[in-house]
Design a protein around this ligand. Structure first.
Ligand SMILES: Nc1ncnc2c1ncn2[C@@H]1O[C@H](COP(=O)(O)OP(=O)(O)OP(=O)(O)O)[C@@H](O)[C@H]1O
Ligand SMILES: [Mg+2]
Length: 312
């Protein structure tokens, strides 16, 4: 499925609040684009598409509109202006929105806060049951989804989700979305609040789903997480699309990111610091492997570097 944002703007106050302001001159002026210091518009004229098979990262400082954008993707939130299209059909149409809700799996920020059922089984089964599937199929999906997130079905199915650790609870919440077998996975800060080891495990799991053919959209504060995993990155600032491109393009200019409160991924920041010290390093990379290669090349005379001695 291809999801397209066509000039989408969103205000949490809705259209009615905008209308009310119309009579009052000075407040109406305040609501103009680019002139709303109180961030009345959470999204402004956003246009882009999620292409099938890509791993799209959504970056942006706190309050830049990442969560609001993601919630438009499965029709949970509808644009105040503009439209969201799924394979060309507007989500404003009820039947399109219903179809999209079963095909776009949205995992909220801190999804463990939304666990509610008495058992792990019932929690994961909630989505599939809502889709009207028979109990046999529901059971098959629950078992498979728990396996996919690395949780033992037999051991946990009858436990209360609230008796599990935070990391396990997040996996249960994630399994609840996977059990709907979505075409597109939309993840809002999936690693936030996890310890470093669980973070890596969780993100590796997401990368595996992408490698197996899922389309993935992931919002994150961490440039390192996005740089290492995404095929494309969209940077939001104040509700607008500020930059969009492959990681190497988006991370080619540290100053441009600094201007909207973001930094470079740590390997790229380290490379920039080395260049400032006069160390001859080529431009245009952002992963640890690429950084290591570039340093090795710069230190190896045979490869054209200016270093005094080879590494070995
Ligand atoms: N429920 C809400 N009611 C009113 N305003 C909201 C609501 N949720 C978000 N906003 C506002 O909308 C704007 C965008 O918020 P959003 O949560 O989408 O940003 P974000 O990029 O996800 O932030 P974070 O990185 O902190 O998660 C902000 O100005 C925020 O204050
Ligand atoms: Mg958010």
């Amino acid at each position: 499925m291809r999801l397209e944002f066509d000039d989408v703007s969103y205000s949490y106050e809705g259209k009615s609040a905008e209308k009310k302001r119309k009579g009052k001159k000075e407040q109406a002026a305040k609501a103009q684009w680019g002139n709303a210091p109180d961030a009345r518009w959470a999204l402004r004229h956003v246009s882009f598409a999620v292409e099938p098979g890509e791993f799209l990262g959504i970056a942006g400082h706190t309050g830049s509109g990442k969560s609001t954008l993601l919630q438009h993707m499965n029709g949970l939130v509808h644009p105040t202006e503009g439209q969201v299209l799924a394979d060309g059909a507007s989500l404003a149409r009820k039947e399109v929105a219903a179809e999209v809700r079963s095909q776009v799996g949205l995992v909220f920020q801190y999804p463990e806060n939304q666990l509610f059922a008495a058992t792990v089984f019932d929690d994961v089964a909630f989505g599939p049951r809502n889709m009207g599937l028979g109990e046999d199929e529901v059971a098959r999906r629950v078992e498979e989804a728990l396996g996919q997130v690395g949780l033992p079905f037999e051991q946990l199915k009858d436990r209360s989700p609230f008796s599990l650790s935070g990391g396990q609870q997040r996996r249960v919440a994630f399994a609840g979305v996977l059990a709907m077998e979505p075409d597109i996975l939309v993840l809002d800060e999936p690693a936030a609040g996890l310890d470093p080891r669980s973070r890596e495990d969780f993100l590796d799991m997401v990368s595996r789903f992408h490698a197996q053919g899922a389309t993935v959209v992931m919002a994150s504060h961490s440039m390192d997480d996005l740089a290492a995993r995404c095929t494309r990155i969209l940077v939001l600032s104040e509700g607008e699309v500020y930059l969009s491109g492959a990681p190497c393009e988006v991370f080619s200019d540290g100053e441009r990111l600094k201007a909207v409160g973001l930094g470079l991924p740590s390997p790229a920041a380290f490379a920039e610091a080395l260049r400032k010290e006069g160390f001859p390093l080529e431009e245009g990379f952002f992963s640890e492997e690429q950084l290591a290669d570039a340093i090795a090349r710069a230190l190896t005379p045979a490869a054209g570097g200016k270093g005094e001695a080879p590494l070995s």
